[in-house]
Design a protein around this ligand. Structure first.
Ligand code: GCU
Length: 639
């Protein structure tokens, strides 16, 4: 029988300081210096080593050594013998090490995140944390087993399609075992068999299939495949899957299971404060909990392959996912092999996830591209590769704001999205409407999405006169109020993805306030504070009744009449001042009140059964703590 043995504990880590320490996985050596600005986090080669006893094996069982995330390049040695190398910091890789095993084994992994010109990413607005930051495990499998040697796949490919009221589920399995047959069972969520068949490429029907229907009903089946010879089961492999249909209409947007399903959601980076990418399942669950609370129905998992566990959560909670490789910011003539390899791994390892509907080929690749011809050719190679490996999903890319709409790179993939910060990096929120209208008018048959939009806000910065670039919560609210209404005016967009759900680290940044950070999240880096804008999105996207008073952190106000905004998904809000009801408003999502302020003032907002409260106070002079501090001078341009 298959079994897994995690080997995450007690690694001897030889770090940048040349000192050896004992660490447990997940681990990164850039958890601190990758988040403090200056673009000076340590990049180079560090070594992890440990011993482990050979797993007990019988009847010729094989032992695979599997790594689920090592950034960025790994060289693995077992008992003094080179096992192999891997380039790419975000995917699973493994080797059969059975023949190298001794009763006690010495494993050494050299991990390199240094600058180079062939492994993506090399230039981007996020920290490339070095380390073994996901699980390492020994996988013991039967002597004769399904394929585990192809781009980190599991030897099982499930392709479900909707056929009328039924599901047609193609199950392909891969093995090299002579004289064996493959028996396939499809199981419903309760484990009841709903179909069965035999063969390495068999299509089974699920009558009256229950669809995977997004956040409403993300129903999951499972496919089980058994390798059998002379009635004896040699190996078994399984995968969950969901039956759904989807398409993009350039005029109407995204359709799921035949009905219009406007995709409104967020992007997510995987790093957390203090620990970088070395996060646990608890951190993944917390991120999903917050994304569900805001009411998103789609997630752009930028800018790289995420942990399998998070794609599983997206399957379970019905999130439509944009998955992508880190072919980003700068096209490298020597990077083609790696971009192709990362795309093969991304698709092979994630093909069975019903949440994924598209493969992202690149992000803002025109920022620093010298060889346009090679870059365009690389896009065609990747686009064709996606279609060849997976004809069921469409391809997309995220274009740089300054990439002209007629740039050929924007016309290779099946659909296109743009990263546009009109109203943040450049003045003029109205330009978003102009841009969308122009593109749709000029290219009416080309489906357009917004892969990024957003603006910075720090929960400690406030102003009664918010303006672009001040990093206040108040400006972030103004910006997002406009953008949500703007998208409502342009329903042809195939998807919108807010940049970003969470603040994240970009060590090259220094905008003042907190070097090394990108504060475009609607939730802080430690996931402890939901900024006011979080509640604006919740008012638009979530049905869970709530009411939120904005500006509760803008406590000291140098004015006797101040604006207090309230976000809610309820139709009516009453505002109480020191216990007295001063006003009730009927409206939608955003309610603005003018509130007299003398001394300390307790405010309470009530909407239906919900309420929220805060205390403000009048001050003579503005609180300097609310203004963006000067840059630290540690700045460095990441572009
Ligand atoms: C770009 C880029 C992101 C970056 C964002 C920003 O669009 O794709 O990775 O973080 O801009 O400037 O915040």
């Amino acid at each position: 029988m298959r079994r897994e043995i995690a080997i995450n504990e007690s690694w001897a880590f030889l770090g940048p300081d040349g000192q050896e320490q004992t660490v447990n996985l997940p681990h990164t050596w850039n958890g601190a210096d990758g988040q403090d600005g200056g673009n000076d986090y340590w990049r180079g080669t560090c070594t992890y080593s440990r011993t482990f006893p050979a797993p007990e094996t019988a009847d010729g069982e094989r032992a695979y050594l599997e790594f689920r995330g090592v950034n960025a390049s790994a060289a693995v040695e077992l008992n003094g013998t080179a096992v192999g190398t891997h380039d790419g910091g975000y995917s699973t890789f493994r080797w059969d090490v059975t023949n190298l095993l001794k009763p006690e084994n010495a494993l050494t992994v050299r991990v390199d995140n240094s600058v180079n010109d062939r492994v993506y990413p090399q230039k981007a607005d996020f920290t490339f944390y070095g380390g073994i930051y996901r699980d390492v495990l020994l996988r013991v499998v039967p002597a004769e087993h399904f394929d585990l040697d192809t781009f980190g796949g599991e030897g099982l490919k499930v392709t479900p399609t909707v056929q009328g009221k039924d599901g047609a589920v193609r199950v392909e399995t891969f093995h090299g075992v002579a004289g064996a047959e493959v028996r396939v069972h499809l199981l419903d969520a309760d484990g009841n068999a709903v179909a069965e068949g035999t063969g390495t490429d068999v299509t089974l029907t699920i009558p009256d299939v229950r669809l995977w229907d997004g956040v409403k009903d993300p129903y999951l089946y499972a496919a089980e495949a058994a390798l059998v010879r002379d009635g004896v089961e040699l190996d078994k492999v399984s995968a969950r899957f969901g039956v759904r249909s989807f398409r993009v209409d350039p005029d109407k947007g995204f359709f799921l299971n035949g009905r219009l399903y406007p995709l409104h959601g967020v992007s997510r980076h995987q790093d957390w404060k203090g620990i970088g990418n070395a996060i646990t399942k608890e951190h993944h669950r917390r991120d999903m909990e917050l994304i569900r609370e805001i009411g998103a129905n789609t997630i752009r998992l930028a800018h790289y392959q995420h942990d399998q566990y998070f794609y599983d959560l997206c399957d379970e909670y019905g999130m439509v996912v944009w998955a992508e490789i880190p072919y980003i910011s700068e096209h490298m003539p020597n990077g083609r092999e790696n971009a192709v390899s990362q795309m093969k791994e991304l698709i092979t390892q994630n093909y069975n996830h019903p949440c994924i509907v598209c493969w992202g080929v690149s992000n803002e690749i025109t920022i620093s591209t010298k060889d346009n011809k090679d870059m365009l050719d690389n896009h065609r190679v990747l686009n064709n590769l996606c279609h060849e490996l997976d004809p069921t999903r469409f391809t997309t890319l995220a274009c740089y704001a300054i990439c002209a709409p007629f740039n050929p790179v924007a016309h290779i993939t099946d659909v296109v999205s743009w990263n546009l910060y009109l109203g943040w990096y450049v003045p003029g929120l109205f330009l978003n409407d102009l841009w969308m209208n122009f593109f749709h008018f000029r290219y009416p048959k080309r489906a357009l999405g917004y892969s990024e939009y957003g603006c910075e806000a720090m929960p400690n910065l406030h102003s009664s006169h918010p303006r672009r670039g001040d990093h206040t919560e108040e400006y972030q609210c103004i910006y997002n109020e406009y953008m949500l209404k703007c998208f409502e005016r342009h329903p042809f967009l195939w998807a919108t993805h807010l940049w970003n759900m969470f603040d994240f680290a970009a060590d090259a940044r220094d905008q003042g306030g907190e070097p090394g950070m990108n504060h475009k999240g609607v939730v802080t880096f430690d996931r402890k504070i939901k900024k006011d804008s979080f509640y604006l999105y919740k008012a638009w996207w979530s049905g869970e009744p709530f009411v939120h008073i904005c500006g509760s952190r803008y406590r000291d106000r140098p004015e006797h009449l101040t604006e207090v905004k309230v976000y809610t998904n309820q139709p009516k809000v009453a505002l109480y001042l020191n216990g007295e009801r001063i006003e009730e408003k009927t409206g939608e999502k955003v309610f603005a009140f003018q509130v007299p302020l003398h001394g300390e003032t307790k405010l309470e907002a009530r909407a239906g059964e919900c309420s929220d409260a805060c205390t403000l106070r009048y001050v003579e002079t503005p609180n300097p703590a609310y203004t963006l501090p000067k840059k630290s001078g540690k700045s460095a341009n990441w572009v």
